[in-house]
Design a protein around this ligand. Structure first.
Ligand SMILES: *Cc1c(COP(=O)(O)O)cnc(C)c1O
Length: 663
């Protein structure tokens, strides 16, 4: 593609002339874009289209584009409230961070994984184009209200002044019983760490004047779920609209990768597009599917009656053909569309593979497992990157070869390295404590973090299940600092109740701030995800096994030497024998999956306090008010964490996708 062809595809290019020039794209090199665009149109490149409902790209912390004109204030970040058991501070202070809003097209782990995946795709220079949706109102903005818990607020941002994002003149249309739905296409380019390659990301947007008011709102809020028709339409935009966008843009695609069942209608669109329907058996062989959902209830199912309200028979018939669970089902199940028709399927951790095979015995033989990872360049802290550079003989070329982090074992007995490793960690901890300065956290006090999506099976308040026991530990073994963060889906009442529960527990600890400081931060996002996972001493992960398909935040933590306290689930099963921290609580074994409702809070909180006591004891032997015992096995655990980060990264993961799914 030439520069002229590129710029002529942009809608209102005159707005972008300061940012897009023959050599540069928002101050990044333009050449890799033209190369990638050309390659995607070349049949011999055997390109891959990757579909995902959400992408957490975290430009606020990594590969930040610059904008040579004013950015709407809506795209700068807001202030964050803190709820703590030191409410005098909460009352007077906020966290005030001057940063860019993350492109708000994700809700949590699934999106962050998709974002990390496309970044590693770019790092490896693979011929892939990604498809998603431009969520005009993002997910939601979280407010905590005293005595109310979470109060969701609509988020607004401005895609027209978001650096790196450009609108195209191209449109695609989906035919419905309510008339044509028009979709505008946007582009965003995800660069490799060395800025030599890009992975283009195409975003579909229904907010165009050609549409009626209702259609215009379809791409407002990610996972809007108050009516089934919203859920159907959002998934249709991704699957059907995404496939149409491939034709509209002239890409030549060899493999279609459906990241989660949301994109299942891509198979339906493929069928509709075929002139000779007998070709479908061949075309199906081009589709692969990654399942992230550990429980049956999590899979999308739509009543045929509801689909019939929206679609003409041209679409409805293949939906029924491809996605009925049984002959006389009255539902179309998106997971079944994928399982029935894709060439390959994978689960996202080995344990999840085992669970999926139990759940779908008919497909067991075809279910592979590729363990998730995180994008090393995004999640490594500055101080750990410097550490790896300083010991470059051991870590040689770690930026290109994340696997080289495994060489940390060569340094395990090097006292200077052990000191530098611990010092780098303390530096990260100080950075975090500067952000929450008014709450007076102490770098020599053991700090635990629980930060993730707030939902039942993740057991957000397990640590507070018996507050008296937690207090007892703090008085007898040593002080504690606890930081929490997370969003509950706005319609998830149980999740919201958990937040309220946590706020109440924090209240209960009001008179004990000298031994236990508890902070909960508003609006957990990738910025906080990085800040917290880089910096605390213990990353707490306590889902009810076996319901955490993988989990990834702990992987961000181990990359930065942050020790784990975790139940045995998801990715942690694969690191259970590596001494990366402490494992506790209920374990899932055998052929029965069990119930997500049975949370085992009594047994598992007791088990948690027991390992926490061990961890606290070891920590205060290791760090005696800033005097560090370099021989401590705490530092061995930190080293083991870094070693395993050599495996739990998306570069290794994408290489496995390349070799096992896409070939
Ligand atoms: C990493 C990350 C997640 C995923 O965390 P899990 O451990 O999978 O629960 C969710 N949200 C944000 C903002 C993240 O950075």
């Amino acid at each position: 593609m030439t520069y002229e062809e590129f710029t002529s595809s942009i809608e209102n290019f005159s707005n972008y002339t300061q940012d897009i020039k023959p050599q540069s794209y928002f101050d990044f090199p333009l050449a890799p874009i033209l190369e990638a665009e050309t390659r995607l149109r070349n049949h011999n490149a055997k390109s891959i289209a990757y579909f995902s409902m959400e992408y957490g790209l975290s430009p606020s912390v990594y590969n930040t584009f610059s904008l040579n004109r004013p950015m709407s204030v809506k795209n700068q970040f807001f202030k964050h409230e803190v709820f703590s058991n030191f409410w005098l501070s909460d009352y007077v202070f906020r966290i005030d961070i001057n940063k860019m809003l993350d492109i708000p097209i994700y809700s949590g782990g699934l999106g962050v994984l998709a974002g990390d995946t496309v970044k590693s795709i770019a790092d490896l220079g693979l011929p892939v184009v990604a498809f998603g949706i431009l969520w005009n109102k993002g997910y939601f903005k979280q407010n905590f209200w005293y005595k109310h818990g979470q109060v969701p607020e609509e988020l607004s941002w401005d895609p027209h002044s978001y650096p790196g994002l450009i609108p195209l003149k191209n449109r695609v249309r989906i035919n419905t019983k309510d008339g044509l739905l028009h979709l505008r296409l946007w582009k965003y380019y995800v660069y490799s760490y060395d800025k030599k390659n890009v992975c283009p990301l195409i975003l579909l947007d229904s907010n165009v004047v050609e549409n009626n008011e209702r259609f215009r709102q379809l791409t407002d809020q990610l996972y809007r779920s108050d009516q089934v028709s919203w859920r159907i339409m959002q998934r249709s935009i991704l699957g059907i609209g995404g496939m149409k966008a491939i034709s509209e843009l002239g890409f030549d695609i060899n493999t279609y990768h459906l990241n989660e069942g949301h994109a299942a209608f891509a198979l339906v669109e493929k069928y509709v597009q075929l002139k000779d329907k007998n070709q479908m058996e061949l075309e199906k062989k081009k589709f692969v599917y990654t399942c992230h959902t550990p429980v049956a209830a999590g899979h999308d199912r739509f009543g045929i009656h509801d689909l019939d309200q929206i679609f003409l028979p041209e679409y409805l018939d293949p939906m029924k053909d491809l996605g009925k669970e049984t002959k006389d089902s009255t539902d179309v199940n998106l997971t079944y569309i994928c399982l029935n028709n894709c060439r390959r399927t994978n689960a996202v951790a080995q344990k999840h593979g085992e669970i999926m095979r139990l759940q779908f015995p008919d497909f067991a033989k075809r279910i592979d497992a590729i363990t998730n990872g995180v994008h090393m360049h995004t999640w490594v802290s500055e101080s750990y990157a410097q550490l790896f550079d300083k010991y470059g003989q051991a870590f040689a070329d770690w930026r290109r070869q994340p696997k080289n982090l495994e060489n940390v074992t060569r340094l395990a007995n090097d006292q200077a390295f052990r000191k530098d490793l611990f010092d780098a960690h303390q530096g990260n901890k100080r950075n975090l404590f500067k952000v929450v300065k008014p709450w007076k956290l102490d770098e020599n006090v053991l700090t635990v973090c629980w930060a993730r999506r707030i939902t039942g099976y993740k057991r957000p308040s397990l640590l507070f299940h018996h507050v008296d026991q937690l207090l007892d530990l703090a008085y007898k073994v040593g002080p504690l600092q606890i930081i929490l963060a997370g969003k509950a889906h706005p319609n998830d009442n149980i999740g919201a109740a958990h937040i309220q529960d946590i706020l109440n527990h924090i209240d209960q600890l009001n008179n004990h701030y000298d031994v236990i400081k508890v902070l909960i931060l508003e609006n957990y996002d990738t910025y906080f995800g990085k800040l917290l996972s880089n910096s605390v001493d213990i990353w707490l992960n306590n889902p009810l096994p076996p319901f955490e398909a993988s989990g990834t935040s702990g992987m961000k933590a181990i990359l930065n030497g942050v020790v784990q306290v975790s139940t045995l689930d998801g990715w942690v099963v694969e690191a259970a024998n590596d001494d990366i921290g402490w494992i506790f609580g209920y374990e899932h074994h055998g052929p029965k999956i069990g119930s997500e409702q049975e949370l085992r809070l009594d047994e598992d909180s007791a088990a948690l306090y027991k390992v926490l006591k061990d961890a606290m004891t070891l920590y205060y032997q290791t760090n005696q008010q800033g005097v560090i015992d370099l021989k401590s096995s705490w530092i061995d655990k930190m080293i083991h964490c870094v070693r395993r980060a050599g495996f739990f990264n998306t570069q290794r993961m994408v290489e496995e996708y390349r070799d096992r799914m896409w070939k």
